[in-house]
Design a protein around this ligand. Structure first.
Ligand code: UD1
Ligand code: UDP
Length: 372
């Protein structure tokens, strides 16, 4: 019997992290023949992850340009995937999450009338511009998808409300939890001097990531100023901020925080060091989606630098709190957690509301039962 031809499409760092467990498990199974197409929406940040998981894309569309616009990503990825789908004619196309690569992958598959599987389906804020453009990327992907791999029951309920047929939705857990648990088990020794300093620090530590489009400009300035306030308020506090490659992010971060002696600004960390940095940090501040899923697994309190989240499970479980982007608000919430042991203890408990580490296996079996 011919193996099922799967095309997995990735473009950004989180796409690659969350698709890697699926690619690896399908690659080892003779029922499948999996090809990986990288759109190259990201470059260095994508390549880091593919290298870690030893995934060599069958094709790389290399679409990234500095200061790229959403329309540029959309049109370049659509044209590139159109050709790739014509060439390979897979039986099923897979993409994950909410990036523009993902939405366009669904659209391209639809134009070729090829079934589409959406990994991490059903996340919603129901706020059109938060996160931007991810909320709409997800919502536009849903009606195209034939397989909806929902990470949680809540995500399944969101899809049901949008009239997605129940028999096309499976609660699999998030493949990002498969990835993070795997990486956390690997031995790790920091090499870089800046990272050595962070891991050797015995006082309080802060880990920060920020990149969201809706936080560009003034909100990101508020975030950066609040971190400066925290460093000034607590003399033993050491902060690590691996800077997203986006120049719009770096301009603000470097200007406000670049000269502080207890602020470590680095290139984006490879996934393994980043996971270990999460485990070492006293507190995490982030506007990332994936980090909101990973931090609870390690029992780390997390302040979410956004006003809405499509991942409310961590907030409900009490390990995450939405604090927005206002300087005073972030400073007060973070100071409380860093100085009040009871407040900290109430948030610091390990939970895994987003998955149990076996999502990719479930996806493999669903594809096999439907397509073999
Ligand atoms: C993208 C996704 C976002 C996801 C994020 C994860 C869209 C619209 N946005 O946002 O959903 O949360 O990735 O990080 O799909 N750059 C580099 N090298 C890299 C990556 C980015 O130089 O490896 C720079 C380039 O100048 C690029 C810019 O960052 O133009 C922005 O990249 P882009 O993919 O458009 O947006 P992100 O903000 O990274
Ligand atoms: N991450 C990483 N290095 C870093 C920062 C984050 O490997 O320096 C990982 C993080 O563990 C998570 C993912 O990147 O798995 C999140 O990516 P990002 O915040 O860029 O995107 P989002 O999840 O917001 O879409």
């Amino acid at each position: 019997m011919n193996p099922i031809q799967v095309m997995a499409i990735v473009g950004t760092r989180p796409d690659a992290i969350k698709m890697a467990p699926v690619v690896l498990i399908l690659r080892d199974d003779p029922r499948f023949r999996v090809r990986v197409i990288a759109t190259g929406q990201h470059r260095e940040m994508l390549d880091q992850v593919l290298k870690l998981f030893q995934i060599v894309p069958d094709e790389d569309l290399q679409v990234m340009t500095p200061y790229q616009t959403l329309a540029q990503i959309t049109t370049r990825v659509l044209e590139g995937l159109d050709k790739a789908l014509q060439r390979y004619r897979p039986d099923v196309v897979l993409a994950q999450g909410d990036t523009t690569t993902t939405f366009v992958a669904a659209l391209a598959a639809f134009y070729h009338q090829i079934p589409f599987g959406h990994v991490e389906a059903g996340l919603r804020t129901y706020d059109k511009y938060h996160p931007f453009p991810e909320e709409i990327n997800r919502r536009l992907t849903a009606p195209i998808a034939d397989f909806h791999f929902a990470p949680t029951e809540r995500a399944r309920q969101n899809l049901l409300r949008e009239a997605i047929p129940a028999e096309c939705i499976w609660v699999t857990g998030n493949t990002g939890i498969d990835a993070v648990l795997w990486v956390a088990q690997q031995p790790f020794e920091p090499q870089d001097p800046a990272l050595k300093r962070f891991f050797a620090h015995t006082g309080r530590t802060l880990l920060i990531t920020t990149h969201r489009r809706e936080n560009w400009g003034e909100p990101m300035e508020g975030i950066a100023l609040s971190i400066r306030d925290l460093l000034d308020a607590l003399p033993d506090l050491l902060a690590l901020l691996p800077m997203h490659r986006n120049p719009r992010v770096r301009e603000v971060i470097q200007r406000v925080l670049g000269d502080h002696p207890r602020m470590i600004l680095t290139e984006p960390l490879d996934y393994a060091p980043f996971v270990h940095a999460m485990r070492h940090a006293t507190l995490i501040l982030t506007d990332s989606g994936g980090v909101q899923e990973e931090a609870p697994a390690f029992g780390k309190p997390i302040l979410v630098l956004r006003t809405t989240t499509e991942r409310p499970e961590g907030v409900e479980a009490g390990t995450a709190k939405l604090v927005g982007t206002e300087r005073a608000c972030i400073r007060e919430e973070a100071l409380r957690l860093l100085t009040d042991a009871d407040a900290y203890a109430r948030m610091a408990h390990a939970i895994n509301p987003y998955g149990d580490g076996h999502a990719a296996e479930r996806i493999r079996e669903i594809l096999a039962s439907r397509l073999v």
